[in-house]
Design a protein around this ligand. Structure first.
Ligand code: F6R
Length: 612
C-alpha cells in the first residue's frame, strides 16, 4: 500500500505530483504529503492527514514552486494517520527527504542505535528511521547520497520502494525497490517515478519497471542509470505501456466501482479474446507448459480476499474438468504453514494487483521448494506477474475502485478457461462439454449485459436494507464462494456486517441468528442442488427472516417463496458465479451509496496490500 510519485525535469511539478497522488489514492488515503526543491535549493515540505484533497487545501497559500519533487499518499502501518507521521519524512538536519512504501522490519533496532548516536525522532514511523540512517551514513562516511542510500538499504530488513532527495544534491532523485513496486517513466526533458504507471501515462508511455534490489539514479538532463545493491550495473529494459488515460477516468459514472461493474461485458470480451477459438479453449500458458500440466499431481491455489474466493471457484472447476486434486490456501497462512510441496505440484497464484505481499511471499516459498508457479494477474508487469514461471493475464484493465468487481469476474473466467484447457490436455473433459462451455463463455458478455439491467430494481430494493446491521449470504456448490464474495463486497463498502456460509451449514449454527431483522441473500440459480437450497430458503422463511434470492429467470418455485427476487439469465452451473456476482455487486454498491459511504475508498482499506 501507499503511493509514491516523483518528478525531475524542466516543468513546475507540484500539479504533476498532486495529479499523480490522486491516481494512486486507491493505494491508501490516510494522509498525503509533498517535498519540493525550490530555486534556492531548499526543500519545502507540506503534509496533511486525510486525503490528497486535504493536502491541496493546505498548500493553497504555500510556495509550491520547484522542478524536482517527491510525494506520497499513505496507508498507515507505523503510527496513527496524523500530520507528523505523514510522508515525506525529513532527516534531522532537514537536508534529505524520503517517501517510502513498505515496512522496515528491523526499524526498532536501527532506531535505538541512531538514538544512541544522538538522533532525535519526530514521528513514530519506520520510514523516518531510514532517512535518519541515510543521513547518518552520509555524514559519518562523508560519502555521496547514492552511497549512503545503498549502504543504508543493505542494513535494512523488510520491503521498500523509496524515493530520496537531498538539498545538497539538488538535481538528483535516488529511488530503490525491494518487494514493493516502482515504475520510472522516461519523458522528454523529464523523468517520472511512481508506484504504478497510472500517474505517468499522461506524459510518456516509455517505462522501466525497477527490479528488487535495484537502485535508480535519476538526474536532470542525464540518462537514467540503474545499479544493483551490490553496486554492479543493471540492464535498463524500457517497455512501452498499453494503458490509456480514458481507462483511468470515471467516464460519467458517479463512482469507479459502478463504472467497473458496468464495464464487465467489455472486460470479459477482452479477457476471452483469442482464447476461445472454434469451440476450443487455447491458453498459451498451458500450451507452453504441456508437460507440467500433464504430469501435475496436485494444484495449490494461493491468494487473498476476493482473489481467494475466485480460487475457491477455481478449485471446483479444476476438480470437475481437469480431475486434479486441488487445495486453496490463504497466501498469508500458506507462507507460515511449513507447506509440503513437491516438484510435480503446480501452485497457482491469483492476484488482481500483482503486488499483494502475502501472495508474493507464498510464491517465493513455492519456488524455493521446486514447484512450478502459474500466475493469474491483472496488472501487466506487476511483481507477481514477473515472479511466476508462467501465467494468464485476466486483461480487464485498471481496477481503481477498492472493492474488486471486474477483476473477480475476469479471474473466474480465466480459471474456467484454465480448467478446460488443462482438461483438454489431460483428456479428462470430452469435446462436447468443451464446446458447450466455450460457447457459453462467448455468450457471457451478452448475459452480463442482461444481468446489468437489474440495476434500477436493485437501487430501489437497497432503500429497504440500509437499516440492516447484519446480512447472511448463503449459496451451495459453485455458489458457496459467491456467497462469501457477496458478503465481502457488502461489508467492505457499507460497513454492514455480513457473513457468507454454505447454505446447508446454516443449520449447524447461523440459523440461530435468523429473525425479521436479519436479511438473507440466497444465491440460488437453477443447478444440481436447487431442490436442496429451496428447503434452506423455507427454513429461513419459517423463522421470519426476509429473503432476497438471486435466481434463474422463470424460477417460479423460489419466486413464490422469497420476499425479493433478482433474476439472471440461464447459464451452465460452472459459469453461474460470474453472472450471480453482478446483482451481488450492485446490491452492495447501492446499499453503501444510500448509507453515504465512500464506495471507492472505504475506510481503513487500500487497493494494493503490499505489506503483511
Ligand atoms: C476485496 C478486495 C481484496 C483483494 C485482496 C487481494 O474487494 O479487493 O480482498 O481481493 O486484497 O488483492 P489482489 O487480488 O490484488 O492480490
Amino acid at each position: 500500500m501507499c503511493g509514491i510519485v516523483g518528478y525531475i525535469g524542466d516543468e513546475q511539478c507540484y500539479q504533476i505530483l498532486i495529479k499523480g497522488l490522486h491516481r494512486l489514492e486507491y493505494r491508501g488515503y490516510d494522509s498525503a504529503g509533498v517535498a519540493l526543491i525550490d530555486s534556492n535549493n531548499n526543500i519545502n515540505l507540506y503534509k496533511s492527514h486525510g486525503k490528497v484533497a486535504a493536502l491541496e487545501k493546505f498548500c493553497e497559500s504555500k510556495d509550491v514552486t520547484g522542478t524536482i519533487g517527491i510525494a506520497h499518499t499513505r496507508w498507515a502501518t507505523h503510527g496513527e494517520p496524523n500530520d507528523v507521521n505523514a510522508h515525506p519524512h525529513m532527516s534531522q538536519d532537514s537536508n534529505i527527504a524520503i517517501v517510502h512504501n513498505g515496512t522496515i522490519e528491523n526499524y526498532k533496532v536501527l532506531k535505538q542505535a541512531l538514538i544512541e548516536h544522538g538522533c532525535e525522532f519526530r514521528s513514530e514511523t519506520d520510514t523516518e528511521v531510514l532517512v535518519q540512517l541515510i543521513e547518518y551514513i552520509k555524514n559519518s562516511n562523508k560519502c555521496s547520497l547514492l552511497s549512503a542510500v545503498r549502504e543504508a538499504l543493505n542494513e535494512v530488513i523488510g520491503a521498500y520502494a523509496i524515493a530520496v532527495i537531498d538539498k545538497n544534491t539538488p538535481n538528483t532523485i535516488i529511488a530503490a525497490r525491494k518487494s514493493s513496486p516502482l515504475v520510472i517513466g522516461i519523458g522528454e526533458n523529464a523523468t517520472y517515478l511512481a508506484s504504478d504507471a497510472t500517474p505517468i501515462i499522461d506524459y510518456t508511455n516509455k517505462v522501466v519497471y525497477l527490479n528488487d534490489d535495484e537502485i535508480a539514479i535519476i538526474k536532470k538532463d542525464e540518462p537514467l542509470s540503474v545499479i544493483k545493491s551490490n553496486n554492479e550495473p543493471s540492464n535498463i529494459d524500457i517497455q512501452t505501456l498499453k494503458l490509456s488515460v480514458s481507462q483511468l477516468e470515471k467516464g460519467g459514472y458517479p463512482h469507479f466501482m459502478l463504472k467497473e461493474i458496468f464495464e464487465q461485458p467489455n472486460t470479459l470480451r477482452d479477457c476471452i479474446r483469442g482464447r476461445v477459438v472454434n469451440d476450443q479453449i487455447q491458453l498459451s500458458g498451458v500450451m507452453d507448459n504441456k508437460e507440467r500440466f500433464m504430469n501435475a499431481k496436485r494444484i495449490i491455489i494461493v491468494a487473498c480476499g476476493t482473489s481467494w474466493h475466485a480460487g475457491l471457484i477455481g478449485k471446483r472447476l479444476l476438480i470437475d474438468y481437469a480431475r486434479i486434486p486441488v487445495e486453496v490456501e490463504y497466501a498469508s497462512e500458506f507462507r507460515y504453514s511449513n507447506p509440503v510441496i513437491n516438484p510435480d505440484d503446480i501452485v497457482i497464484a491469483i492476484s488482481q494487483s500483482g503486488e499483494t505481499a502475502d501472495t508474493l511471499a507464498a510464491i517465493q516459498i513455492a519456488k524455493e521448494k521446486g514447484a512450478f508457479v502459474y500466475g493469474v494477474c491483472n496488472v501487466v508487469g506487476s511483481s507477481i506477474a514477473r515472479a511466476t514461471d508462467s501465467g494468464t493475464y485476466i486483461h480487464v484493465g485498471p481496477e481503481i475502485g477498492v472493492a474488486s468487481t471486474k477483476a473477480f469476474t475476469g479471474q473466474v473466467t480465466v480459471l474456467t478457461m484454465l480448467a478446460i484447457a488443462i482438461g483438454q490436455l489431460r483428456g479428462t473433459v470430452d469435446d462436447q462439454t468443451v464446446a458447450k462451455i466455450a460457447q457459453s463463455i462467448r455468450q457471457m458478455p451478452e448475459l452480463i449485459t442482461e444481468a446489468l439491467k437489474l440495476n434500477k430494481e436493485i437501487e430501489r430494493l437497497s432503500y429497504t436494507f440500509t437499516y440492516a446491521h447484519n446480512f447472511l449470504y448463503l449459496g451451495r456448490g459453485y455458489n458457496f464462494p459467491s456467497a462469501l464474495e457477496g458478503a465481502l463486497k457488502l461489508k467492505e463498502i457499507s460497513y454492514i456486517h455480513a457473513e457468507g456460509y454454505p447454505a446447508a451449514e446454516m443449520k449447524h449454527g447461523p440459523i440461530a441468528l435468523i429473525d425479521h431483522e436479519l436479511p438473507t441473500v440466497f444465491i440460488a440459480p437453477s443447478d444440481e442442488l436447487h431442490e436442496k437450497i429451496i428447503s434452506n430458503i423455507q427454513q429461513v422463511k419459517a423463522r421470519g427472516g426476509a429473503v432476497i434470492a438471486v435466481i434463474t429467470k422463470g424460477d417460479q418455485e423460489i419466486a413464490n417463496l422469497a420476499n425479493f427476487i433478482l433474476e439472471i439469465p440461464e447459464v451452465p452451473e460452472c459459469l453461474s458465479p460470474i453472472l450471480v456476482s453482478i446483482p451481488l455487486q450492485l446490491l452492495a454498491y447501492h446499499i453503501a451509496v444510500k448509507k453515504g459511504c465512500n464506495v471507492d475508498m472505504p475506510r481503513n482499506l487500500a487497493k494494493s496490500v503490499t505489506v503483511e
